[in-house]
Design a protein around this ligand. Structure first.
Ligand SMILES: [Ca+2]
Ligand SMILES: [Ca+2]
Length: 189
């Protein structure tokens, strides 16, 4: 396992090194976070939330990037992890990680019933409302994240927040739709 892990790290580092020395990359921006430009959230009558996050700078998620969707389920910034009680994370490999507040920290839970895909610059996530305690009103934050494997769970390199500050409030069954500026993602070129 250790050997496999170190081989993977070596592969990732090699990929990063290669990307960093490439001048033919048409995107040309190897450290940029996904530049979020829109986030929407709607709900179907069968209790499924559909969340769409549009990104301007990537058609597919590059290695070591992910999208976090944070939920402040009690509309209280003083409770939860920096205010939030749930986190749905869509990974560069298409996987979904789900975390819930357990009184003192976020803990990972099965992403039961959740699905996601990132195509043509848009992430579409479906999340059963039951996973969010069926609360009718909550606040949401979408974050495009670029990370780097530091051998200890990764570190953040750059992020882009939508909305830029605070959270966007959702009240069922209204459609929530917000926009975020183009080109305000962090990360060097
Ligand atoms: Ca943006
Ligand atoms: Ca809270």
């Amino acid at each position: 396992m250790l050997l496999l892990a170190s081989m993977l790290v070596a592969l990732v580092l090699a990929a990063l090194a290669f990307a960093g020395s490439s001048f033919t990359d048409p995107i040309g921006d190897n450290n940029s976070a996904p530049d979020v430009t829109a986030l929407s959230l709607s709900e179907s009558t069968d209790g499924i939330l559909t969340i769409a996050v549009t990104v301007s700078n990537y058609q597919t998620l590059p290695l070591s990037s992910w999208v976090n969707v944070w939920f402040d389920l009690d509309l209280n910034r003083r409770t939860g992890d920096d205010g939030d009680e749930a986190l749905v994370r869509f990974m560069d490999n298409g996987g979904i990680l789900f975390f819930c507040w357990a009184g003192s920290e976020l803990v990972r839970r099965p992403a039961t019933g959740m699905a996601g895909s990132f195509t043509a610059g848009t992430l579409t996530l479906t999340v059963p409302k039951a996973a969010l305690d069926n609360v009718p009103t909550f606040a949401v934050l979408g974050v495009g994240v670029r990370g780097q494997d530091d051998g200890d769970g990764g570190e953040l390199v750059a992020i882009d927040l939508a909305p830029n500050s605070g959270r966007a409030r959702y009240a069922a069954p209204e459609l929530l739709s917000i926009t975020d500026p183009v080109g305000d993602q962090g990360g060097g070129t």
